[in-house]
Design a protein around this ligand. Sequence first.
Ligand code: ADP
Length: 363
Amino acid sequence: MKKPTFRRAIQEFSSFLLFFLLVGFVVSCCMMLFLNVLSKEMGLTYTSDNIAEAAKITFLNVVIITVLFKTADFIRRRIMVDRPVKMITDAAEKIMNGDFSIRVKHMHGSGMDGFNQIGESINQMAEELSSVETLRTDFIANVSHEMKTPLAVMQNYGTLLQTPDLPEEKRIEYAKAITDASRRLADMMTNILKLNRLENQQIYPNLTTFDLGEQLCESLLQYESTWERKNIEIETEIADRVLVSADSELLSLVWNNLFSNAFKFTEDGGKVTLTLIADEKYATVKISDTGCGMSAEVGAHIFEKFYQGDTSRATQGNGLGLALVKRVVDIMQGEIGVESAVGVGTTFTVKIGRANDGPEEAR
Ligand code: ADP
């Protein structure tokens, strides 16, 4: 890297020097001719020695000025061009080698705007690459961590199943534990794939117009056995014929996840409320529970992949549900919000656009 720069500097310097020597030579010749003519025509007493002396001094002046100019220009280039270029190329090289923590410093002085702009772009690029890298490593760490537990369960119960003369009830219990763990693993893989497809936009919303109230009821009814088992009171307030134009399959994923959480985090004897209201443009769904609630700290992270605020219920999920919900709501260009208080309960509010060309009476 250093050799070509040095050679280039020598080359530049010699071409610059050659040019000024040429100019110096021409100027000196001109001066000799001028003084010669002047001495002859005007009768001035310039001897040829005087003229030769004057030419020498002129030539020397030109050479000194050349060297001074070139030295000044060399120093200017070093400070104003070579230094920032080196900083930028060094940063680019480090990024290329995987060091995304590098940042190009702001350079002061006039004429630095262009370099500062390049530096800014490089810094932005490094920041984005670094966050992508963090996401990637976090994701791998999370998936491996989440896979370890069910795999360990399957391994342990598999070993136990090999015990000779195992009583029938134990055999059923161990087999059930293996089935549950493998189901959990399969659910996680399905969610990861769904999320991946949603994030890479490989899923194009298939828009149909349907009654949102009906879809919400269908989704809620899937949890009938849970609310009966836990003796949870259900309250609904659903506006009539609220038509929406959306991807019904994706949207049902939202309701299933929100209901599943509401029932999971609500203690026996609690209450889950479903409300659907609509105006001309938007349909708003609220799913509330009187469960354990969550702190503001937990609430700030719930839409992140693999985040689980309540680890005591971690065996029943993998922290991907709300990440999926958020992605679907974003795709639908809707909004999702959460209000929660520890020990009081939680309300999720989802707001989505209505059908554009549905029948008038349906509004
Ligand atoms: P999972 O339910 O599998 O843990 P989610 O992405 O669905 O993952 O939820 C992330 C976290 O958000 C949960 O671990 C929990 O801490 C919090 N959470 C979600 N819904 C509720 C709720 N209704 N009540 C209390 N906490 C909730």
